[in-house]
Design a protein around this ligand. Structure first.
Ligand SMILES: Cc1cc2nc3c(=O)[nH]c(=O)nc-3n(C[C@H](O)[C@H](O)[C@H](O)COP(=O)(O)OP(=O)(O)OC[C@H]3O[C@@H](n4cnc5c(N)ncnc54)[C@H](O)[C@@H]3O)c2cc1C
Length: 394
């Protein structure tokens, strides 16, 4: 019979799981984290962090660490991929700080993951690698877990931060498999000094083409450039192994009608990784975020299309709110998790829905595409700025 541990158990050591471990440990809550991989790590790609997310990280004392590894682009520009015309510009840099009280940052995922891990390791968090959660049961008093090697654990509270294919979600919400979006992401990260001068950039650029778009931005203090190109189609093979080495020729063929400099960038970079993108419909109720003594967080709760660049951001906001809800009612886990779910699910649903809509707008063709471009030219920053998103205080 397994002994009852008073620590909360977090399953998953990605950005969401580590953020939760850090927030909880900072609040003095005992934490045990289980990660299936034999070592902590993140893939070589970038991630954008809006002011809503940077604000949370700064509140956790990570501002200096973030400034050491991130880039802070001066603007977001949206360009027509077929003409290279600039359609709209959103000032970032100092403008974002003045408007939202926090910066808009772009960072390599491994750097963000690394700084979260380093911060977690300054606390007494029990980090257990090579440990796969295999089964979950809950009753009124506890959650009962079993790992793939047969180890049994009991905990007063379980956080499923185990990503898109979440085992914890499978227990709470059976028969809710992720859905293939029909979009594929080609990703690359390259040193800027390895690129011709005209391809280097310190701003975020979103290129909109019919049935494809691409986004590029600096990371690592501006020394590296992250590029992601999204095309429509389905990948072969097991969808769970979502990081395939990609065929550069296929990407070049898909973007053949793009203009320079995007076309040149696609041709200069040889080393692409391919991700088939999956999501779920936007959340419809609070019970998709928590039930009883089990909370879902990040992609386990609300995987989304990356077209608003906020999936990890929402995981970080979730982590912050979960800890606040637990601090408010430390002796009543189900009540605290119900509060967490009520506070988070509509925000997450709104971000999921907006990301879905952005993807449709980004890939428009024909007359609708012309209309979109005219609106962007006329309204520019007013369309691109999202105060409800960036001004949110988790
Ligand atoms: C192309 C692309 C671009 C993106 N760009 C952005 C962006 O600019 N900004 C942004 O905020 N977000 C972005 N995102 C979204 C972001 O990457 C995800 O939302 C985020 O990484 C989810 O983190 P997570 O911790 O919830 O899940 P994951 O990162 O999937 O972590 C889950 C962890 O759980 C572990 N695990 C799984 N099952 C088990 C088990 N049974 N037992 C133990 N451990 C387990 C896994 O090994 C993994 O470490 C992008 C996504 C894509 C695909």
């Amino acid at each position: 019979m397994a002994g009852m541990d008073t620590s909360m158990v977090i399953v998953g050591g990605g950005i969401g799981g580590l953020a939760t471990a850090l927030a909880a440990a900072r609040a003095g809550l005992p934490v045990r984290l289980l990660e299936q991989a034999p070592a902590f790590g993140e893939v070589g790609a970038g991630i954008q962090l809006g002011p809503n997310v940077v604000r949370v990280l700064e509140g956790w004392g990570l501002g200096d660490a973030l400034r050491r590894v991130a880039a802070f682009p001066t603007q977001l520009e949206v360009r027509n991929a077929l003409s290279a015309d600039t359609l709209g510009v959103l000032p970032l840099g100092e403008h974002a700080v003045a408007r939202y009280g926090a910066a808009y940052a772009t960072v390599a995922r491994a750097d963000l993951h690394g700084l979260l891990l380093q911060a977690v390791q300054t606390h007494a968090v029990d980090l257990q690698l090579a440990t796969t959660l295999a089964a979950v049961q809950q009753d009124a008093q506890a959650v009962h877990l079993q790992t793939a090697t047969g180890e049994q654990l009991q905990t007063p509270m379980l956080v499923g931060a185990d990503g898109l294919w979440s085992q914890v979600r499978q227990h709470l919400l059976p028969h809710s498999e992720p859905v293939a979006t029909g979009h594929l992401a080609f990703r690359a990260m390259v040193r800027q000094d390895a690129l011709p001068a005209m391809l280097r950039s310190q701003v975020i650029t979103a290129w909109l083409g019919p049935k494809f778009h691409a986004v590029q931005y600096p990371v690592r203090g501006g020394e590296w450039l992250n590029v992601v190109a999204i095309v429509q189609g389905h990948a072969k093979g097991d969808p769970r192994s979502w990081d395939h080495s990609a065929n550069a020729a296929e990407l070049r063929a898909r973007l053949a009608n793009a203009q320079a400099p995007l076309l040149d960038l696609i041709h200069t970079i040889d080393d692409w990784r391919l991700w088939p993108l999956f999501d779920r419909p936007p959340m419809a109720r609070a019970t998709e975020q928590a039930q009883g003594r089990i909370a879902l967080l990040g992609d386990a709760a609300h995987p989304m299309r990356p077209y608003l660049a906020q999936g990890a951001g929402m995981a970080i906001e979730d982590a912050h709110q979960l800890t606040a809800s637990l601090q408010a009612q430390p002796a009543h886990v189900p009540a605290a998790l119900a509060h967490y779910a009520q506070t988070r699910w509509q925000r997450n649903a709104r971000v999921q829905a907006r990301a879905l809509r952005n993807g449709q707008i980004f890939h428009l063709g024909g007359p609708l595409r012309v209309g979109r471009d005219v609106s962007l030219r006329l309204l520019g920053a007013r369309l691109l700025d999202l105060p409800w998103l960036y001004g949110y205080r988790a």
